[in-house]
Design a protein around this ligand. Sequence first.
Ligand SMILES: [Zn+2]
Length: 129
Amino acid sequence: MSKPQRNTKARDPGLDVRLPKETCTDTKCPFHGHLKVRGQILEGVVVSTKMQNTVVVERTLLHYVPKYERYEKRKSRYMVHAPPCLKVTDGKRVRMAETRPIAKNVSFVLVENLGEASVQVKGEEEVKT
Ligand SMILES: [Zn+2]
């Protein structure tokens, strides 16, 4: 009974994100494809867009070391599927959501482009310029 999905209208994936203005034909897009998201939602900065439809997102987080009563900086990198409608480039701050495994090392998908990564510090994360 369901009507075939038209690519002109974005499907709401059930997240608190802005829907992309652009449209795309990517079947692995949470807005215009069939990809379901569940699990963690993380923020990071795009550091590489050399792969096809996949970007590398880096998070910087502070880990407390009790012995020295100080924080050490830690980094983690994620390979994240990037639907073309979000139009991300290097240095953009993005929000990603966990999804089913899309490839061997890809189980997150970008859900929001938060714009240029600035020097703002938000929560436990620090943004690199
Ligand atoms: Zn899309």
